[in-house]
Ligand binder design. Structure first.
Ligand code: NOJ
Ligand code: CA
Length: 582
């Protein structure tokens, strides 16, 4: 079976962070058989595809994004037979499995790096090795070759005496970057992708894949960390196209995670004419609460800016024939429901927890692109809210806490910032029920179950009218049923038409698609209005929608009077002209 990449608009992807989804054997760590045991739940939600974060052998310094063997399964997550069973069982429910390919770097425990350390020059050419600045000769490290900073803090370079060189690591020191200028490396990686393709998966997510082509000249970055110098590098498009061809995945579902990318590059990555990827994750919209661009400096989200970013990316990707992945959450982000709704996710910025979650869901699921649901998002899981720094596990959180304290923050203040921004917020155990281990494990969970699990969990929401879970099911169903959502064009309402906290856009069908929809009695035009703030607001509706019917929304009815839609805190409404039979 397969999911054709031409069906991108009808596809809804669910992301599983394997360590935290479901533990089948009581060791406190989620695993492949745990996922298989929950396939009926995923079928109930209605998703088409499941992206599973890495489960390959790994020392787990970066929770599996540090891979020591690309073509095997870490025993902690199961066996190859478990994997094959999962793929088959998923397909039998019409669900495809999407794998996470981490091809920018390996673990230092990978056989390639070990051979390089042992002096094998062939494998030394797999990595990016340089002499130090001001080195007096062999054996003298000198200074790091450039001032670049790793994503998790500290220099991007590590001196390795066994190599007599510095090696580049954009992430943790245990994640050396591969040298994609070496054709042998590219061929090996294409073989890896083909290996998994041949085991029947539906597609691939490529980790930080716009960082694979390093600049021709390595020089200091006067402005920052070096990341922007590396992003979308000189040969990235050529390498991606080659990878897709060589591994035979051109017709499959693919998504590239793009760090610090540009819109023009994302058009190129995803316009089918270039033969690269199906869609991209970009992150500009998830930095609207970074003060001065610093993740570790808190600021309330700037919704005006968010609207500008969404409008630009939606409209210009459409113009260029590109395609967006749509998402608010993943395992690297704090929970959007808390981020946009207030610290505890229960309405500090006004509106209730339910309104916040549903308004965000409407916004993402009604845009043009392929929506992703991150485990727990469909229940409204908020940030972890741990009381002690010891409850956090992530290497990035530990480094950030240390850095904040070094810069003069009190331990309480540093904890507060980490609490808001830690990636562990997205990694807490999936709450299946309200019991102490949340039904996630019979043992002790590797990461503490947050208090919210007592009330926010599958058992409390499944089949319950008005619950977040049932709301997400409805959004998935609507995308499957209405061509205007899956295929429609998109246009944002001009900024002057709405208050700064209101994001509004229209979706519509043209030509044959419009005729088909009319014939089927489906709507051909939709208006989506999302107020992402605590203040009441209003919007004068475009003429077409003055006597509109509501399709779905974060409040049960839309209040329209004399062509004006009145919006309560975190109210989102989807309107169609005329009648809607649903
Ligand atoms: C992005 C992944 O999503 C993140 O979890 C990881 O730490 C980095 N890439 C490095 O692989
Ligand atoms: Ca387990």
């Amino acid at each position: 079976m397969a999911i054709d990449k031409r069906d991108l608009g009808r596809t809804v992807v669910y992301q599983i962070y394997i360590k935290s989804f479901c533990d089948s054997n009581g060791d406190g760590i989620g695993d492949l058989r745990g996922i298989t045991s929950k396939l009926d739940y995923l079928a109930y939600l209605g998703v088409d595809c499941v992206w599973i974060t890495p489960f390959f052998p790994s020392p787990q310094r970066d929770n599996g994004y540090d891979i020591s063997d690309y073509c095997a399964i870490d025993p902690v997550f199961g066996t190859m037979a478990d994997f094959d069973e999962l793929v088959a069982e998923a397909w039998s429910r019409g669900i495809g499995i999407m794998l996470d390919m981490v091809l920018c770097h390996t673990s230092t425990e990978h056989a390639w790096f070990k051979r390089a350390l042992a002096g094998d020059e062939r494998y030394q050419r797999y990595y990016i090795l340089r002499d130090g600045r001001g080195s007096a000769g062999p054996g003298d490290p000198g200074e790091p070759p450039t001032n670049w900073q790793s994503a998790f803090g500290g220099s991007m370079w590590e001196w390795e005496p066994r190599l007599g060189k510095w090696y580049l690591h954009m992430h943790d020191v245990s994640q050396p970057d591969l040298d994609w200028t070496n054709p042998e490396v590219r061929a090996e990686l294409a073989r890896v992708v083909r290996f998994w393709r041949d085991r029947g998966v539906a597609g691939f997510r490529f980790d930080v894949v716009n960082l694979i082509s390093k600049p021709d000249v390595f020089e200091d970055d006067p402005a920052g960390t070096g990341r922007a110098l590396i992003a979308d590098g000189p040969h990235v498009h050529e390498y991606l196209r080659e990878l897709v061809q060589a591994s035979g995945i051109d017709s499959m579902l693919t998504v590239g995670e793009m760090a610090a990318t540009t819109l023009d590059n994302c058009v190129r990555y995803t316009n089918p004419a270039y033969g690269e990827l199906g869609m991209v994750f970009s992150f500009h919209h998830l930095k609207v609460d970074y003060k001065d661009g610093d993740k570790w400096a808190l600021m309330a989200p700037d919704i005006d800016r968010l609207r500008e970013i969404l409008a630009t990316w939606q409209e210009r990707m459409q113009e260029g024939g590109g395609w967006n992945a749509l998402f608010w959450n993943n395992h690297d982000q704090p929970r959007a429901i808390t981020r946009f709704g207030g610290r505890t996710g229960v309405g500090e910025r006004g509106g209730s927890w339910g309104h916040v979650g549903k308004a965000l869901a409407v916004c993402a699921h009604l845009m043009q692109g392929t929506p992703y649901i991150f485990q727990g998002e469909e229940l409204g899981v908020p940030n972890a809210g741990y009381a002690s720094i010891d409850d956090y596990n992530d290497v990035e959180s530990a480094n950030a806490y240390r850095m904040l304290c070094e810069r003069g923050a009190s331990p309480a203040e540093a904890l507060r910032v980490v609490g808001e921004r830690s990636r562990d917020n997205g990694r807490t155990p999936m709450p299946w029920d309200g019991s102490p281990a949340a039904g996630f494990t019979t043992g002790t969970p590797w990461l503490a179950v947050p208090q919210s699990a007592e009330r926010v969990n599958v058992a409390a929401e499944r089949g319950v009218a008005g619950s977040m879970l049932e709301f997400y099911r409805e959004l998935v169903r609507l995308r499957h049923e209405l061509a205007v959502i899956s295929e429609g064009r998109v246009r944002f309402l001009a900024k002057d038409d709405a208050a700064p906290q209101v994001i509004a856009f229209e979706r519509w069908l043209e030509g044959e698609a419009e005729a088909r929809a009319r014939e089927a009695g489906e709507p051909t035009h939709l208006l989506v209005v999302c107020s992402l703030g605590a203040e009441p607001a209003s919007l004068e509706l475009p003429v077409r929608y003055r006597r509109a019917t509501r399709v779905v929304g974060s409040y049960d009815e839309a209040r329209i009077e004399r062509g004006v839609l009145a919006l309560r805190p975190f109210e989102a409404q989807v309107l169609v002209e005329g009648q809607f039979a649903g």
